[in-house]
Design a protein around this ligand. Sequence first.
Ligand code: RM4
Ligand code: MN
Length: 388
Amino acid sequence: MADLAAVKRALAAQRIETPSWAFGNSGTRFKVFAQAGVPRNPQEKIADAATVHRFTGVAPTVALHIPWDKVDDYAELRSYAESLGVGIGAVNTNVFQDDAYKLGSVTNPDAGVRRKATDHLLEAIAIMDATGSRDLKLWFADGINYPGQDDLRNRQDRLAAALRETYDRLGADQRILLEYKLFEPAFYATDVPDWGTSYAHCIELGEKATVCIDTGHHAPGTNIEFIVAFLLRQNKLGAFDFNSRFYADDDLMAGAADPFQLFRIMYEIVRGGALDPAYGINFMLDQCHNIETKIPAIIRSVMNIQEATAKALLVDRDALSRAQNDGDVLEANAVLMDAYNTDVRPLLAEVRADAGLDPNPVAAYRRSGYQERIVQDRVGGQQAGWGA
Ligand code: RM4
Ligand code: MN
């Protein structure tokens, strides 16, 4: 049996980072449905992130996306966040929305465009210096649509050069998280399409470069927990972008589409001793709430990750290794499924009560009046969004 007190301690210590962009308007390429009360600036996004933390107790940092969260004074933004009880987490770069990037950013055949893109990555590190952020998250939309459009190998060389220059600019406690994505917006070949490509570049760069797994960025049927186990063994897993997918990069609430997959991922994290924040993995959300109310959807996502984690922590690891070593296939599977099939909601309610929180964060948020207040207050101005 798992030690319940230890399970509760691990759950209380768990940390999940929220994404500033998830509080803004988003949509598909067909339509963005604007919502009332959505933030108009980075400060309002941070206020919403602080609200998620206030009700969950486990989301004390918020990731920025530049230039969406551009401000004149990042030290001031940091103080503002801290005054609301949260810190600024990863800084995400954006080299996918400028006209110049039509044929790629750091892999573009034009050296001038590559310079512009790399300068943006360096600018993001300067922002991290001011915000006190550890993580620079890089995702490249780069790729090509047609065979022969550009030279696949040259593009890897250009990518490596930009990554090297960026890596060399990192401070002692800063690191690169290199994200990958199978396809979209490029349809024939993406320059960082999978974890192997990201891993190889991270190895080439050095120990301050690690892989970021976005759970929505794989081909259907990919065994993500295998990737987790493999990268943990190599000390190269740096972060997650959690979300759910049914088809492609759907960006739905984490744990909504496949809670069993989330459990299997979190089991590998627990198995690898990587849940403790001191291990250094940044467990982030990367979602878009196109039709549902954003703040409670993010609270729900945090809770879904907590539930998957609680189940992973409840796995009877001794019984599991016994069954595995005995070659008892059915028993080993049963041990894992026993944990998965446990209703952990009462346990999490206790953990929250122990921390002085409402056991039901979504209901508490709904009762708090925060949603009504932002709907009333945030009138006029330009609502934040990623401009689909
Ligand atoms: C990308 C990728 C990045 C995120 C953007 C908004 O698909 O997942 O992590 O920064 O979307
Ligand atoms: Mn992502």
